[in-house]
Design a protein around this ligand. Structure first.
Ligand SMILES: Nc1ncnc2c1ncn2[C@@H]1O[C@H](COP(=O)(O)OP(=O)(O)OP(=O)(O)O)[C@@H](O)[C@H]1O
Ligand SMILES: [Mg+2]
Length: 313
């Protein structure tokens, strides 16, 4: 990939709906969006100034890889990810193709449900902190004596409200989620999330990846509930290498560990502006993302043919 294929920030000639930490989301027509995954990387919730080559493509293609497997089981928002099919549907996007090809998803626009559906199959991160401090997870008591990174069987649904820009997501109880969304929608979201996580955990395990936890987002389109956003990616999930797993301690992350390790050695208070990442750290992180892709899908990123969906198959 030459430098021109590295993207920190896109400027397409379309209405920009949202510039998130990672994605630039544009309106393509009345009902569909182009979600462009940039190569931006965040650590400790702060976006770094240096892009990570191939990262956006990895996130988009991993999402497409999972959604192709979930076709027919879970309704989702993806219309097309293959650049040929995107241009066939929207010829006006041909001119900017080099900017977005293989990193963009054409999706159905939805009304996002404002609760993030987190499923935890291992005790880590904020869940480990909650358990250590109060013996609970998502407000529900857990057995005593669990250790950090221990597997949870069954996995636990632990919703969070979506933070406003710059804030951290806030964990909530299922009871609170029912107050916000109603019993029926809460139960549907919980059941779907548990099912998709269970499928993903099993598949990842076959590839020596522990899918410790993950976050799903859903949206409503007409009255249909769709799985939206990125799906089971290293940005929305904790992926741990199986060979170094052990309970009673934190685990290295498959993708961001070179960045985290380097940042930990800097004198930085974890608020913006972040320090500049050295080229070696950027390179190591880029290779990590490509390794995760290969390990999970069994194919190199370069040789991966984007799957086709719906009418395009
Ligand atoms: N099909 C869809 N319809 C509507 N919105 C969607 C759809 N799919 C994803 N989104 C939204 O697009 C955004 C993706 O951007 P991105 O992942 O970069 O944001 P983020 O960093 O997670 O959050 P923030 O906006 O707080 O920075 C999310 O806000 C997500 O909820
Ligand atoms: Mg996101």
């Amino acid at each position: 990939m030459s430098d021109s294929r590295i993207l920190h920030r896109s400027e397409l000639d379309l209405p920009l709906l949202h510039r998130g930490k990672v994605r630039d989301v544009y309106r393509v027509d009345e009902h569909s969006l182009l979600m462009v995954a940039s190569d931006r990387v965040s650590a400790f919730d702060v976006v770094m100034r240096q892009p990570i080559p191939h990262k956006g493509e990895v996130l988009t293609m991993i999402t497409a890889w999972w959604l192709a497997q979930l076709e027919g089981r879970v309704p989702h928002h993806l219309i097309a990810v293959d650049p040929e099919r995107i241009v066939a549907r929207h010829p006006e996007l041909a001119a900017s193709r080099d900017v977005w090809a293989r990193r963009a998803m054409l999706v159905h626009e939805t009304d996002p449900v404002l609760v993030e559906c987190v499923v935890r199959g291992y005790l880590s991160g904020s869940a480990w902190k909650e358990y250590r401090d109060s013996g609970t997870l998502a407000g529900e008591p857990l057995p005593s004596g669990l250790e950090e990174s221990q597997r949870l069987d069954p996995a636990i649904f632990s919703p969070a409200t979506k933070a406003q820009r710059g804030d951290h997501d806030e964990n909530i109880t299922v009871g609170r989620m029912k107050e916000l969304l109603g019993d029926d929608l809460t139960e549907r979201l919980r059941a779907l999330s548990m099912e998709i996580y269970g499928y993903g955990r099993d598949v990842a395990e076959q590839h020596d990846i522990i899918l410790a936890d993950t976050k799903f987002e859903f949206g409503l389109r007409d009255r249909e509930l769709l799985l939206i956003d990125e799906v089971l990616t290293p940005d929305s999930s904790r992926f741990w290498p199986r060979e170094s797993y052990g309970v009673g301690r934190g685990q290295p992350s498959l993708d961001k560990q070179p960045i985290r390790d380097w940042l930990d050695r800097q004198d930085w208070d974890k608020s913006p502006p972040p320090p500049d990442l050295p080229a070696g750290v950027v390179q190591a992180a880029s290779e990590r993302y490509r390794d995760v892709f290969r390990r999970l899908t069994g194919t190199t990123l370069e040789s991966f043919d984007p799957p086709r969906f719906g009418d395009d198959r």
